[in-house]
Write a protein of this length. Sequence first.
Length: 619
Amino acid sequence: MCGIVGYVGRTMDDTALDVVMEGLTRLEYRGYDSAGVALVTDDGIDAEKRSGKLENLRAALAARPLPTSRTAIGHTRWATHGGPTDGNAHPHRGGEGDRLALIHNGIIENFHVLKKELVEEGVEFRSETDTEVAAKLLGREYDRLGDLTKAMQVVVNRLEGAFTLLAVHADSPGTVVGARRNSPLVVGLGDGENYLGSDVAAFIGHTRQAVELGQDQIVTITPDRHEVIGFDGAPAEGRAYEVTWDAAAAEKGGYPTFMEKEIHEQPHAVADTLLGRTDESGRLVLDEVRISEEQLRGVDRIIIVACGTAAYAGMVAKYAVEHWTRIPVEVSLAHEFRYCDPIVDGTTLVVSISQSGETMDTLMAVKHASDLGAMTLSVCNTHGSTIPRESDAVLYTHAGPEIAVASTKAFLAQITACYILGLYLAQLRGETYADDAKSVMAELQGIPAKIEDLLGRMDRVVEMANFMADTRSVLFLGRNVGYPVAMEGALKLKELAYIHAEGFAAGELKHGPIALIDAGQPVFIVVPSPDTPHELHKKVVSNIQEIRARGARTIVIAHDGDEDVEPYANEVIRIPRCSPMLAPLLAVVPLQIFALHLSTAKGLDVDQPRNLAKSVTVE
Ligand code: M6R
């Protein structure tokens, strides 16, 4: 939810502050209610923090430049406890003379009890945050023990909930101490300088050598070393790896927004997710599977858990996986699954889908499924994140870093990965549809070129978005795999353009929602491929007629060559022809472009829409 950066180097100059501000710029997608930095200077701790976006902090730093330093921490916040004010912004201070500064990502669930204890000791609080409790506790323990790492060890053992903490103390220049539980923290290894970040984007401009901390670990960095221990004080090690993408991948690359760049990266996201999925004999393989083939063969039920766009990817996948494997698939919003007393056992496969791998609702659903004895498999875009680590098996999507808060390329990569999983399970079970695996994989290989082609035909969609900037409500209809696509189109419009939008199953319209249709109501209809079985195509064409007859303005997304829709469409947006199951990978693209340009036409912040954050690490 929040973005965290830490830095230590050898030289007293502006590098520490520059590195931290650069890291915060890359992490701002994680939260942008307020931001702050703290430096260890020759005179103690100096800090600055401001509510609002990072530019407010930048202006404050320009107005009052901070002294030189070689040790800095920085934070960009998505508020949980306490509103987005200057006072609630991080860092928070603690210890005698406020000589300690601390930043935090997550929620400390027992902060009320701890705060009461501190207040009874006479400690005064200046904010409404749970974070300040950790700062005051850590300050107290440092004053007692005189060692920041030991003090951190005492404190983390008293905290409940999810947290990444970074702290610096005026008495320890050249040292930053971090700790993590249920929230990410990565070390970046430099030459005579070291880094900490919520994710590698924090320091990707400086090093690609990373060490991912495990659950319940504490790390101490100085310019020349990083030392990891467990919360119990025992020596520990993080997992070292080399980041395979560079700083350019986390920058806009000439596009006005990250979202536009990420939409245009979709051909690569799909192609890269398909890469290397077969062995020498042409059989599909997964990434990291700690479940035996025999156990997977015995799967008799699949439950997909995810939130938001990832859940819509799961809904698309349900149709395909059931079709190829004949295993019943349910899709459950992760937060509903966790608290609905789900029926799962040792033959249930719970598949989580998450771009970030840190969504707390999804993580809790996965842990709950494991506790109930289910096998768990994660479809995830972020290497080393928490959800894959907590799962028995992983299938990584290779969409590259997704920075815009609204998910686009991750959605396509998630569908692709779920299809690979479905075909893999079909292959294992030797079902009739196992034979389809090769032909579906071959057709999937052709999808990136079709997305590329489609992206080149979006001029009319952009025009429509521009003249529809004043629209108050838009409906989206789809059937079968087109239904989740319709819901994804509505979600994009809600989150980017703050317009009321709903996605419906087209067949459901006549059972109530058709009452919403009056003259001029814009309705997008995702039309299935004319090759879809069960005359579904015809049924959707009838649905278009029904709403057109009631005055709707019909904007139809149809395959090339589908002439049946023409008489009932005010606008037709064409997508390249493909088989019915693969159509979501194309049909969603015009809906993303529409939302992007409508948001731009309204002058809104495309990459960082109001009230949202990229990784939702609270339940
Ligand atoms: O990181 P995740 O895929 O787990 O995130 C899930 C949702 O929070 C995410 O898809 C959200 O709905 C996006 N804002 C949609 O654009």
